[in-house]
Design a protein around this ligand. Structure first.
Ligand code: NDP
Ligand code: OXD
Length: 312
C-alpha cells in the first residue's frame, strides 16, 4: 500500500521509520514528489498536517485522509478538498498527556500567583500572598472532548473546582457539565481561569470575543491551547487593557508563527508559547495511524472519524 506524507512541520524520516515498523507493506512517499516516483492514482492514504490547498485532490483514489493532528481545520480549510473521503483525526495518549501537563502547569502558575512572586523577587521583596484553596478556584474548560476531559480530570484530582462546556452533556467525575448555547452564560460566570480546547469550526470561530469575555468574572485568566481563530485579538487585548482579564496564556494564534510586530509579544500580561502545548509524537502516533489503516483495510470504520456536518 502507498502512503503520501504531507507536512512542513513534522519529520518525514521519523514518521516513515515508525510507520514501517508497524505496517511492513507500506511504501512511504513525501510530498512534494518527483512525478516519476509514483503515479498519484496509486496513492491509498494521505497522512497530513496543513497540506497546501489543492494537493489532496491530486490523489483521487485514497481510502482516507489521516490527520497528523487532533485538529483537522488545517485540512478542511482547503477549498478544493474532496468531500467524499473519510477524514480521521489523531487521538493519542502522548498528546493528551502533553496537553494536560501544559494546562495543569499554567493553571497552578496563576492559581499560586507565580507572576506576582516574580515581580516581588525582582525588587528583592520578601512577601507572602494569601494562599487560596484549590477547591475555591473555579476553572472552566471550553470543549470537553479527548483533551478537555483529560485536563478536566487532572485538575479535579488536584481539587480544583472544575466545569466544562461542550455540545452535549458529559458525565466526568469532579467536572460540572454545562452544554449548548443555554449552558454558556452560567459556565462563563463560573470560570476564573478559562481554558479553550474547542475545535475550530464555523460555530466556534471568533467565540472568544468581547461578549464572551465580558461574562467572565473580573480578573480572570484566559489560556488558549486550541486555535488562534477562536479569539478576536482586538477584543482580548481590550479586555486586558481594561483590567477585566488579569493574564492570558496563548499557545496558538491567528497567524503562525506569530509576527514579530504583534502586540502579544511585548504585552506584560500575555505569555506566548509557540504552539507547543501538545506535540504529536511519531512513536505513539504511528501505532494509532497504523491501527486505523488496518481497520480500513479490513472494511471496518476507523477510530475518530470526522463528522463533516459538525466540522470536528
Ligand atoms: P474533540 O473533538 O475530542 O473535542 C471537542 C470538544 O469541543 C467536544 O467536547 C465538543 O462537544 C466540543 N464542541 C465542539 N463544538 C462545540 C460547540 N459549537 N459548542 C460547544 N462545544 C463544542 O477534540 P480534542 O479534545 O481532541 O481537541 C480539541 C482541539 O485542541 C483540537 O481541535 C485542536 O484545535 C486543539 N489542539 C491544540 C494543540 C496544541 O498544541 N495547542 C494540540 C492538540 C490539539 P461534544 O463532545 O458534545 O461533541
Ligand atoms: C493538533 C495540534 O491539532 O497540534 O494536534 O494543534
Amino acid at each position: 500500500m502507498n502512503l503520501m506524507f504531507i507536512s512542513n512541520e513534522d519529520r518525514d524520516d521519523t514518521w516513515c521509520e515508525c510507520l514501517q515498523a508497524e505496517l511492513h507493506d507500506v511504501a512511504f512517499y513525501t510530498w512534494p514528489i518527483d512525478s516519476n516516483a509514483i503515479n498519484p492514482l496509486d496513492i491509498d492514504y494521505v497522512l497530513a498536517w496543513k497540506p497546501p490547498s489543492g494537493v489532496i485532490k491530486k490523489f483521487p483514489n485514497i481510502k482516507a485522509i489521516l490527520s497528523l493532528g487532533a485538529g483537522i481545520d488545517g485540512i478542511t480549510c482547503d477549498p478544493e478538498l474532496p468531500t467524499d473521503k473519510p477524514i480521521v483525526r489523531l487521538v493519542d495518549d502522548s498528546l493528551s498527556q502533553g496537553m494536560t501537563h501544559f494546562i495543569v502547569y499554567w493553571t497552578i502558575h496563576h492559581h499560586r500567583d507565580m507572576d506576582k512572586y516574580q515581580i516581588l523577587e525582582a525588587s528583592k521583596t520578601w512577601a507572602q500572598l494569601p494562599q487560596v484553596d484549590a477547591s475555591h478556584r473555579r476553572v472552566g474548560i471550553l470543549g470537553l472532548g479527548e483533551l478537555g476531559a483529560s485536563a478536566g480530570r487532572a485538575l479535579a484530582s488536584l481539587q480544583f473546582n472544575v466545569a466544562g462546556w461542550s455540545q452535549s452533556e458529559k458525565k466526568i467525575d469532579g467536572v460540572t457539565s454545562y452544554f449548548g448555547d443555554d449552558g454558556l452564560p452560567a459556565f462563563l460566570a463560573h470560570s476564573e481561569i478559562l481554558i479553550c480546547l474547542l475545535p475550530l469550526t464555523d460555530a466556534t470561530t471568533g467565540i472568544v470575543n468581547a461578549k464572551l469575555l465580558s461574562q467572565l468574572p473580573k480578573n480572570s485568566v484566559f489560556i488558549n491551547c486550541a486555535r488562534g481563530g477562536h479569539v478576536v485579538d482586538d477584543d482580548l487585548l481590550a479586555a486586558l487593557d481594561q483590567n477585566h482579564l488579569s493574564k492570558v496564556v496563548l499557545d496558538v494564534f491567528n497567524t503562525e508563527p506569530l509576527p514579530t510586530d504583534h502586540p502579544y509579544w511585548k504585552h506584560p500580561k500575555v505569555t506566548v508559547t509557540p504552539h507547543i502545548a501538545a506535540l504529536t509524537a511519531p512513536h505513539s502516533g504511528a501505532k494509532y495511524v497504523a491501527e486505523n489503516i488496518r481497520r480500513i483495510e479490513r472494511g471496518e470504520v476507523p477510530m475518530n472519524l470526522i463528522d463533516l456536518t459538525k466540522g470536528y
